[in-house]
Design a protein around this ligand. Structure first.
Ligand SMILES: Cc1cc2nc3c(=O)[nH]c(=O)nc-3n(C[C@H](O)[C@H](O)[C@H](O)COP(=O)(O)OP(=O)(O)OC[C@H]3O[C@@H](n4cnc5c(N)ncnc54)[C@H](O)[C@@H]3O)c2cc1C
Length: 389
């Protein structure tokens, strides 16, 4: 007879790791975390790991806010921290973004986020290195920052194991097993395992698992390129995380004088095969990033390229994740579609999904993330404010 678990989570990225941990914490019983590579082997391991609450909907702002609390308390909760640094998050806006961001800031403040639009004097004091040509406004989120995506994920996996959870790395799941309207478990190379619930946290590979059980899962796989630069010594350089909506770039500090710099919205999103894609950045993108960086922050002139790479994230039709059970299908939950911004919210996603599975109770707004919204035509709409990666 197949070995049996109360829950099996497929994928040890931030979302699978956080879900597995919270399942054990909330008393889900026997829980197994399966990963075909190592911990954070997917998009999580290469994430820029910007952590901010700047969203355009109360749902995502609430979840990002909860996650920041969890990042702050990680050492106490998990026994090790996730490298979270609260260095502040700045959003630099062109004229046509300002009205939207002012509305977002008001909504975020109403939910307790410490964020404001800066006056000129504060901009001069905090961002003295900025070329302000074409800049019409800047918001400043005090609690925002960045984390170490691998340390964060490892912290969840270790805490999960300490709580009695079982982890199997280098263990690909070949298929979900299904009997009628129930997902019954997973198929491994060595045989099948039964589960009360299977959580599909396979990221860019999640749709292959869904396919294996004839489940529709409309995910695109997008290739995201990041670069790492070292600024020259004795130059004024940023200290916080910055989204340059003016230039389609994001910048995050990575230790002394080093910064991850990537292309932010608006940009072209390129679909790739997750089993066969180019893992280095394109020369043209590296040049474009440097050109825009030197223009907006002239003190980066002469910066040295330290690294460049490409990694994947999985995108849903409305850029909100698919999380939770589906109507008419027992034994299955989605936890995928991070859509370029799914690292920062992983701690809260995992907690709320685990509670949904264990207690059957769910916050009404969180229930709206179920894949059922596709079938029922309840997509989230896109508004400016950083919902995209
Ligand atoms: C370059 C880059 C920069 C980013 N920057 C940010 C950012 O600044 N802030 C932010 O919030 N988000 C950011 N994101 C997005 C964020 O990193 C992702 O949304 C998030 O990490 C997704 O986590 P996940 O656990 O859902 O998926 P993944 O990390 O992709 O994990 C899925 C895991 O499932 C495993 N798996 C898949 N199929 C199987 C199978 N059949 N059997 C066993 N295991 C399987 C994979 O090996 C993988 O480890 C960025 C993403 C990229 C690529």
């Amino acid at each position: 007879m197949a070995q049996s678990y109360d829950a099996i989570v497929v994928g040890a990225g931030i979302n699978g790791a956080s879900t597995a941990y919270h399942l054990r914490l909330l008393g889900a019983g026997r829980v197994l975390l399966l990963e075909r590579g190592g911990v954070a082997a997917g998009g999580t391991g290469k994430s820029a790991a910007v952590v901010r609450q700047n969203y355009s909907t109360p749902l995502m702002t609430r979840l990002a806010r909860k996650s920041i609390e969890k990042f702050r308390a990680m050492r106490q909760e998990l026994g090790q921290d996730g490298g979270f640094e609260q260095v502040g998050y700045f959003m630099v806006l062109a004229a046509d973004h300002v009205a939207g961001q002012v509305a977002n800031v008001a909504m975020q403040r109403s939910l307790g986020v410490d964020v404001h639009m800066m006056e000129d004097a504060e901009i001069d004091a905090r961002l003295p290195w900025l070329n302000r040509e074409g800049v019409a406004g800047i918001s400043y989120e005090v609690d925002g920052g960045c984390a170490d995506p691998i340390r964060t994920t490892e912290a969840y996996v270790s805490a999960f194991e300490r709580l009695g959870g079982e982890v199997r790395l280098k263990t690909p799941v070949r298929a979900l097993t299904r009997a009628g309207d129930r997902i019954t478990g997973v198929l491994l190379d060595e045989g099948s395992l039964a589960a009360g619930t299977v959580v599909n946290a396979g990221g860019p590979w999640a749709h292959f698992l869904a396919d294996s059980a004839n489940l529709e899962l409309p995910l695109r796989t997008v290739r995201e390129q990041d670069t790492v630069w070292e600024g020259r010594p004795n130059r004024p350089l940023p200290t916080g995380v910055i989204s340059l909506a003016t230039d389609g770039l994001y910048i995050r500090p990575l230790g002394q004088r080093r910064f991850i710099v990537g292309r932010g919205f608006p940009k072209e999103y390129v679909d790739v095969d997750p089993y066969n894609y180019k893992e280095t950045a394109d020369d043209a993108i590296v040049s474009l990033i440097l050109e825009r960086l030197e223009y907006r922050i002239p003190s980066f002139a002469g910066a040295k390229l330290i690294d460049s790479y490409a990694a994947l994230y999985d995108v849903t039709p409305d850029w909100y994740p698919f999380i939770g059970p589906r109507r008419g299908l027992a034994g299955y939950c989605d936890m995928n579609g991070g859509s370029g911004h799914g690292f920062k919210v992983g701690p809260a996603f995992g907690e709320e999904l685990a509670r949904w599975i264990v207690t059957g109770q769910v916050e009404p707004d969180f229930a709206g993330l179920s894949h059922d919204r596709i079938v029922e035509g309840r997509l989230f709409t896109q508004t400016f404010g950083g919902n995209r990666g």
